[in-house]
Design a protein around this ligand. Structure first.
Ligand SMILES: *[C@@H]1O[C@H](CO)[C@@H](O)[C@H](O)[C@H]1NC(C)=O
Ligand SMILES: *[C@@H]1O[C@H](CO)[C@@H](O)[C@H](O)[C@H]1NC(C)=O
Length: 606
């Protein structure tokens, strides 16, 4: 994307909102100019008795947290983006969404969707061979009934029987479509927990505040939110200029292979590689963090790989045991792994670092000392290390940044009087956005090498024999140590990071502005551009987006859902008992999708 695009979209005279002061100046300033300016201020700070508040970056300890001027370029914000060409429909739908009649309709749309169970399980076979997917037909029938206009106007394609694509063709087919994604399936309800639900998990019970049930948040609020926005736009006579595409997978909760895995190829066939303006799928929402409401759209996902560690040794009768059985050896290997966690390191260009910078710039209750070191860490390595020390006392933060390891499965031995011939374990790694599968494989291989040597094991890691300096010539190998990818799965590399600053960040800015406009309009907030702040975030888990990389670099994982605790993912009891969605928040979700569709529609994106 050229800088021309940025300038056009952000300075178009008809658009009231784009933060001209902030964003335009960013795109106009060359790097050299910016460095020059910094240098000039630094010189002033050093040689003139300049007010300390302008010298925070040379004297971080004198930084004034109330100096908003100094913070403007850290985690820059765009103002709320209110549709201009589409202003009338946006305004009138805002009134509609506030009405009791619409509220009742929204309740019935979401509750009805919850009432159709769509649990997906890891062990389901492919749709062609496993009839248990059949229940998704009932969900499709529900969608047809609930969203009749959308079904009449949008072109629907089914992929691999249960995957759904809707195309809402715009009047200008030269524009790249907006792709909105969601998934139809829900995580299963654990049978032993059914009686812990206040209202049965598939009741869709509405108590005047909440709609209860499995999927009410994850992710039927997304799917039904999108459909509700489109149905209402259609009912009010709106037709898009830019094509809108919807893609609904059906096994996101169990790998996504059958659903998004096959939808991706079809979506690519339809509009081509890099053929979409931007994608918004489920992801983190917004919540209060250190005294500030912050939305954290996921701009990247960590990777993952499952490593299987297998030890084999000769069996025999357990009355004549060797000093270490297979299980004992495996145990020592596992202890070694846990004793060596991956180092957490904040890379300055990482999404997580940017997230901390946003906190420092915008969260008033962030401890002042921490704020200072985060701000200073932009140029001081020492401050960066201090920031790490402080931030990583929070294990959740630490795990978001680093590659993690969790020994999740272990197996070995068959009988109490037989020496185990084989024992194995699987370690689940979630890979840092700064690392790769190859780096993780190399680390695990090296880490266990001394133990392979100690126990005289022939060592094979990921298909290659590892020379660990053993002397098998004199002492024949006692057994084998084999590292491999578990379950024949290749693992997932961390995703590319969606552009969120600079000339290429227009889709991110449109998303940010839409989040703010929907948030403010829903609460009737006026004249406060930062009632909600938008910060880049990352996903610690994976979504259907792992299959969609080729479609566009601008992939955002975001749901306009309020999280009670400001955690990484909406905390409305997703994946556990008593999942519930407040109707107030659901109306805001619909408002968000409406705003996003209208804003992307009239944007100058290619
Ligand atoms: C180790 O692996 C080799 C090669 O696959 C095999 O011949 C041998 O029997 C294995 N040793 C044990 C103790 O399983
Ligand atoms: C492994 O080899 C060493 C010599 O390198 C020998 O002392 C030791 O007994 C062997 N251990 C096993 C378990 O075979």
């Amino acid at each position: 994307m050229s800088s021309k695009v940025t300038t056009t979209i952000l300075s178009a005279p008809t658009r009231s909102l784009p933060a001209p002061a902030l964003v335009q100046s960013r795109s106009r300033y060359s790097t050299t100019r910016a460095i020059g300016l910094l240098a000039a201020v630094a010189v002033l700070c050093l040689f003139a008795n300049y007010t300390t508040r302008h010298c925070w970056f040379t004297h971080p300890h004198k930084f004034d947290r109330h100096d908003t001027d100094a913070l403007v370029n850290i985690c820059p914000q765009v103002p709320p983006l209110v549709p201009q060409q589409n202003f009338d429909i946006w305004e009138s739908l805002g009134t509609t969404y506030d009405s009791a009649v619409f509220k009742a309709k929204a309740v019935s749309w979401l509750a009805g969707a919850v009432q159709v169970p769509t649990e997906s399980y890891d062990y389901f076979g492919s749709p062609g061979t496993d009839s248990r997917w059949g229940k998704f037909h009932a969900f499709h029938a529900y969608l047809r009934k609930a969203f009749a206009l959308a079904h009449a106007e949008l072109e629907m394609t089914t992929v691999n029987t249960y995957g759904l694509i809707f195309v809402w063709t715009g009047s200008n087919e030269g524009l790249k479509p907006l792709l909105l994604a969601a998934h139809q399936d829900v995580v299963p309800v654990e049978p032993t927990t059914v009686d812990k639900w206040i209202h049965p998990p598939f009741s869709g019970h509405y108590d005047g505040t909440y709609i209860w049930g499995r999927g009410s948040c994850d992710d039927k609020s997304g799917l039904i939110g999108i459909m509700s926005a489109i149905e209402t736009l259609l009912a009010n006579g709106y037709r898009p200029t830019r094509t809108v595409v919807l893609a609904f997978g059906f096994d996101e909760e169990s790998s996504g292979m059958h659903g998004a895995g096959t939808l991706a190829a079809k979506l690519e066939e339809m509009f081509g590689q890099n053929g979409y303006a931007m994608i918004v799928d489920e992801g983190p929402g917004y919540g209060e963090q250190y005294g500030r409401i912050i939305a954290t759209p996921g701009i990247a996902e960590k990777g993952s790989v499952d490593v299987r560690i297998e030890v084999t040794t000769p069996g025999g009768h357990s009355s004549l045991p060797p000093p270490h059985t297979t299980i004992g050896i495996l145990a020592e290997l596992l202890v070694k792994i846990e004793a060596n966690p991956f180092k957490a390191q904040l890379a300055r260009n990482s999404p997580t670092y940017k997230m901390f910078q946003c906190l420092a710039a915008h969260a008033p209750d962030l401890p002042e000392q921490l704020q200072k070191v985060i701000l200073a860490s932009a140029y001081s390595d020492e401050a960066l290390r201090t920031a790490e020390d402080t931030l990583f006392t929070n294990l959740a933060f630490k795990n978001l940044v680093r590659t993690t390891q969790a020994i999740d499965i272990v197996q070995g031995g068959v009988k109490v009087n037989a020496l185990p011939e084989q024992a194995w374990a699987v370690v689940n790694h979630r890979i840092s956005t700064e690392s790769s599968i190859a780096a993780i494989e190399a680390r695990d291989t090296d880490l266990l090498s001394p133990l392979a040597s100690k126990f005289n094991l022939t060592y094979t890691a990921f298909g290659k024999t590892v020379d660990h300096g053993d002397n098998v010539d004199t002492f024949p190998a006692y057994g084998n140590l084999t590292l491999s990818k578990a379950f024949g799965k290749n693992g997932l590399e961390p995703t590319p990071t969606a552009p969120f600053e600079g000339d290429d960040a227009v889709p991110y800015q449109i998303l940010s502005g839409s989040i703010k406009a929907a948030f403010n309009r829903h609460r009737r907030i006026e004249g406060n551009d930062d009632a909600i702040v938008v910060s880049p975030g990352i996903m610690s888990g994976n979504t259907d987006m792992k299959f969609y990389w080729k479609l566009t670099p601008h992939i955002f994982r975001y749901q306009h859902i309020s999280s009670k605790d400001g955690g990484a993912f909406p905390a409305n009891n997703i994946h556990t008992v008593n999942e519930a969605m407040s109707i107030d928040n659901f109306l805001e979700v619909i408002h968000f999708y409406t705003t996003l569709i209208l804003n992307v529609d009239e944007s100058a994106l290619p």
